[in-house]
Design a protein around this ligand. Structure first.
Ligand SMILES: Cc1cc2nc3c(=O)[nH]c(=O)nc-3n(C[C@H](O)[C@H](O)[C@H](O)COP(=O)(O)OP(=O)(O)OC[C@H]3O[C@@H](n4cnc5c(N)ncnc54)[C@H](O)[C@@H]3O)c2cc1C
Length: 409
C-alpha cells in the first residue's frame, strides 16, 4: 500500500499531524497498532481531556534541550491549540487555567479529530504494528507482520511507553534508533512514588494538602504544592506526579532520593512551634486526644506524634513534633513504573531534530513528534500541548513538501 505520507501512530500527535498534512493536499495514511485510534486520549484528564493550559511556557517542561521546547512553543502555542480545536468545533472551558472541552468529555475531542480525518479523506488502518522503516528510492518502506507500505515521508508519532495498555509500548524508540537517533534515557513520569517507611501502610487513603520538596543526594531539586495522597506503597497525587520524573532519574543514577512533606506550608517552623506550645499550655490537664484534635487528619497526626517520640499517651517534644509536621519523610525506593505513569521523560534527542518542523537531521523525510521526543511537561495539559504543537508543525511541513514536489515533478 502506498501514500504520500504515512503517520505511524494514531494518538494525539499522529492525528494532529495527519490533519495538518492532509490540509496541505497530501494523501495521508495512519497506521495504528491498536484496534482503534485515540485510545489514550480517551483516558486523559480522567476522561475529560485537559488539552492545553492558559499558562504556557518552557518553564513547565523538562528536557535535555529546553531551548528546542521554547522554539516549538513559540511556533505553536496554547492559542494555536485553541484555534485548531475551535475549527473542529471544540470550544474551551477553563478551570484555573487548565483547559478542557466545553463538553467535559474526552470522547468529543477524539470524535472531532476522527470526523476531520474522515472529511479530509485520511485513510486509517488499525491493528498494524510497524516494526521497521528503511529508506527506499526517493522515499521509505515500512514493514509490519502482515504488510509492507511505501511512502515519500514518514511521521513517527508512536508515543513513549507509559500506560502500555493504551497503545504506546516503546516501539517508537526502536524505530528511531534504527534510523540512527540517540535516545535520552527514558523513565516514567507523572506517577506515584514508593517509600521505604513502613508508616505509609497505616496511612493508606489519607489525602492532605501539602508542599512536597524533592531532594537528590541531599540537595533540593524541586517543590510543588497540592493534594498529596498517601498510599500503602508511599505517596501519590498531582504534586507527587510533578516531581516523579526527576525522582526516577535520581534512582536510575543510584542517587539518594528523598521527599519531604510540609503539612503547614503557610506557617513557618517558629510560628508552628509557638502555636503548638500555646495549645500544650491550654490543654495541659486534658488527654492527648484533645491536643491532637483538628491539627491534621486523625490517622496522620497520630503517626506524626509517634515519629516525634510520643510514648504512653504523653506529649512529644514540641519542636520535634513541629519538625515532623513540616518535614514528613518519604525515602524513595522506586517509582510506580511505566504502567502507572501518564508520560515518559527522556526520548529522542532534540539536538538531532529540527525545531522548525521536527524533521530528523539524520534522515530527511522522517519527522518525529509527541512524547517520543525528549520533552515532558508537568500535569495540566502540557503534554497534550506538546503533542498538538509538534504534530501540527511536522504535518504542515511534510504536507507542503509533498505538495511542492508534486508540482515540480
Ligand atoms: C491516564 C492518562 C491521563 C493523561 N491525561 C493527560 C491530560 O489530561 N493532559 C495532558 O496534557 N496529558 C495527559 N496525558 C499524557 C498524554 O496523553 C500523552 O502525553 C499524549 O497522548 C502523547 O501523545 P502521542 O501522540 O505522542 O502518543 P500517544 O497518544 O501515546 O499515541 C501513540 C500511538 O502510537 C501507536 N503506536 C505505537 N507504536 C506503534 C507502532 N510501532 N506501529 C503502529 N502504531 C504504534 C500507539 O498505539 C498509540 O495509539 C495522560 C496520559 C495518561 C496515560
Amino acid at each position: 500500500m502506498k501514500a504520500d505520507i504515512i503517520v505511524i501512530g494514531g494518538g494525539a500527535s499522529g492525528m494532529a499531524a495527519a490533519i495538518c498534512a492532509a490540509r496541505q493536499g497530501a494523501d495521508v495514511l495512519i497506521l495504528e497498532r491498536m484496534p482503534r485510534i485515540g485510545k489514550k486520549l480517551l483516558a486523559t484528564g480522567n476522561g475529560r481531556c485537559n488539552y492545553t493550559n492558559e499558562a504556557m511556557g518552557v518553564q513547565y517542561y523538562h528536557s535535555e534541550t529546553r531551548q528546542f521546547v521554547a522554539e516549538v512553543l513559540e511556533e505553536f502555542n496554547a492559542e494555536d491549540t485553541l484555534a485548531f480545536f475551535a475549527d473542529l468545533g471544540i470550544l474551551p472551558k477553563s478551570n484555573q487555567g487548565y483547559v478542557y472541552p466545553n463538553s467535559m468529555q474526552a470522547a468529543s475531542v477524539v470524535d472531532s479529530l476522527r470526523f476531520e480525518l474522515e472529511r479530509l479523506g485520511v485513510k486509517v488502518m488499525v491493528d498494524i504494528d510497524v516494526s521497521r522503516i528503511h529508506p527506499k528510492g526517493k522515499g521509505f518502506q515500512l514493514e509490519s507482520k502482515s504488510e509492507t507500505f511505501s511512502c515519500r515521508r514518514v511521521i513517527l508519532a508512536c508515543g513513549g511507553r507509559a500506560s502500555e495498555k493504551l497503545g504506546s509500548n516503546g516501539s517508537g524508540y526502536q524505530l528511531a534508533k534504527g534510523l540512527g537517533h540517540r535516545i535520552v534515557p527514558v523513565v516514567p513520569a507523572l506517577t506515584g512514588l514508593k517509600a521505604k517507611e513502613a508508616v505509609y501502610k497505616s496511612l493508606a487513603g489519607v489525602r492532605v494538602e501539602a508542599e512536597i520538596v524533592l531532594h537528590i543526594d541531599g540537595e533540593e531539586r524541586d517543590r510543588h504544592r497540592g493534594e498529596v495522597q498517601l498510599a500503602d506503597y508511599g505517596i501519590s497525587g498531582i504534586p507527587v506526579f510533578q516531581v516523579s520524573g526527576r525522582a526516577a532519574y535520581g534512582l536510575n543514577n543510584r542517587q539518594r532520593v528523598e521527599c519531604f512533606l510540609d503539612f503547614f506550608p503557610d506557617t513557618t517552623y517558629d510560628a508552628l512551634v509557638r502555636f503548638l506550645e500555646k495549645r500544650k499550655e491550654h490543654f495541659k490537664s486534658s488527654s492527648l486526644e484533645v491536643f491532637e484534635t483538628g491539627l491534621l487528619n486523625r490517622k496522620l497526626i497520630q503517626v506524626c506524634m509517634k515519629l516525634a517520640g510520643s510514648e504512653k499517651g504523653r506529649l512529644p517534644n514540641i519542636k520535634k513534633l513541629a519538625s515532623v509536621m513540616k518535614k514528613f519523610p518519604a525515602s524513595i525506593v522506586g517509582s510506580r513504573g511505566f504502567d502507572f505513569a501518564q508520560v515518559c521523560a527522556g526520548g529522542v534527542d532534540l539536538k538531532e531534530v529540527s525545531s522548525k518542523n521536527c524533521e530528523s537531521k539524520h534522515q530527511p523525510g522522517v519527522y518525529i513528534v509527541g512524547e517520543l521526543l525528549d520533552a515532558d511537561g508537568i500535569c495540566g495539559g502540557y503534554n497534550l500541548q506538546w503533542a498538538w504543537a509538534t504534530g501540527c508543525l511536522a504535518g504542515t511541513s511534510a504536507g507542503k513538501e509533498c505538495h511542492d514536489s508534486h508540482r515540480t515533478n
